[in-house]
Design a protein around this ligand. Structure first.
Ligand SMILES: [Fe+2]
Length: 364
């Protein structure tokens, strides 16, 4: 299975992962064969890419949390945003339950790396983004050795880090083109609003509320709202800042298609020590599969293969199922190579979508 741009879809391709909206409603089920009508619908929904099956399938892709938990978390975020907009109180208990579940799932298998990038529609962006930031932040907290109470505080603040956006004019929030200075100043206030909202709830720790307040502060002091720097920013907010930036880079936006995982990791590394706390950057990166399951890669031996599993201890050395030689021809040896055991073999490059498609045609 692999992720492919909507513009590159063709009739006959098979959907590999069910596509849902933020209510958990199924838009297109896994296994459905695409036709022109479906492809038009997908682009009308504002989607830019989906997962399709390919000739190299048969690879099971595990992710750090279950699809059900991901969907449920998105729904909890959306419900809470709606509740606030309708002048109801937040349902903090529900948020805490969700955070507990995410922590349990992450701790149940510490060997899994982040493999999948979720597909979201634009109107779901804030909700899916909040859910992702929570999962990534808790994961980073685990890597940094946080205890259960700390993970809970971090998780609640991460899920609700953008809750202050409920007080920002929707016309400004969803404006597709550049914001004026005044409009941008208004958007920036979602940090203050978020803090004001969360501190009203005795069940929310003041540290969680400070995540909403400080997640746009930057390591070098060039953030907002207060221009705090270095260790004046609380550690939770430094973690959420890193995960917030990383997830935003991986999302398709109305004005650009998502960066690849490799590109996003590179950008993140460059930001470490300048905009972001490099210790938090390193902790997050240690949880990301640089070559995710399903990626087609070329080895320094010339052979081409597909990533079938990852090694958490050695993220750049996954397990590869060999497919063919560099010309698409038959191989002398077949089977799987665990790169963590063969240190002289390395990944030379990830193959582009075009190259993968050409290869696939040879195999069909
Ligand atoms: Fe924000």
């Amino acid at each position: 299975m692999r992720r492919i741009r909507i513009s590159e879809l063709n009739s006959g391709m098979i959907v590999a992962r069910t596509i849902t909206d933020s209510e958990g409603r199924i838009l297109l089920r896994s296994g459905v064969q695409l036709n022109e009508h479906y492809i038009d619908k997908l682009s009308a929904l504002g989607l830019q890419s989906i997962y399709i099956r390919d000739a190299f399938d048969g690879v099971e892709v595990r992710d750090v949390i279950s699809e059900e938990t991901r969907q449920e978390t998105i729904k909890v975020v959306k419900d809470n945003f709606r509740r606030l907009e309708n002048q109801h109180k937040l349902n903090i208990r529900l948020v805490q339950t969700m955070v507990d579940q995410i922590i349990d799932e992450l701790l149940s298998d510490l060997n899994v790396l982040v493999n999948l990038i979720d597909i979201r529609t634009f109107d779901d962006y804030t909700f899916a983004h909040s859910a992702n930031v929570a999962v990534l932040s808790i994961m980073t907290g685990i890597t940094l050795g946080y205890n259960d109470l700390q993970l809970k505080e971090l998780g609640v603040g991460a899920i609700l880090h953008d809750i202050g956006k409920t007080r920002i004019d929707k016309n400004i929030l969803h404006k597709p083109n550049d914001l004026t200075k005044e409009e941008f100043n208004e958007v920036k206030r979602h940090t203050n609003y978020g803090f004001e909202i969360l501190r009203q709830y005795p069940d929310v720790s003041l540290l969680s509320a400070h995540i909403a307040f400080q997640h746009h502060e930057r390591w070098d002091g060039n953030g907002y709202p207060r221009g705090l720097a270095h260790h004046d920013i609380i550690p939770y907010a430094r973690i959420v800042a890193v995960c917030d930036v990383y997830d935003a880079l991986l999302a398709d936006r109305p004005y650009r298609i998502a960066y690849t995982v490799n590109q996003a990791l590179m950008i993140l590394k460059r930001m470490g020590g300048i905009y972001l706390d490099s210790q938090c950057v390193d902790a997050l990166i240690s949880n990301i599969a640089v070559y995710p399951i399903g990626a087609v890669v070329q080895l320094n031996t010339g052979e081409i293969g597909i990533v079938v599993d990852v090694n958490k201890e050695a993220p750049t050395r996954p397990i590869i199922k060999l497919i063919c030689d560099c010309y698409g021809g038959k191989l002398q040896r077949t089977g799987e190579v665990d790169l963590s055991k063969y240190t002289t073999i390395t990944i030379a490059k990830s193959l582009s979508e075009e190259a993968t498609q050409r290869l696939e045609q040879q195999f069909n």
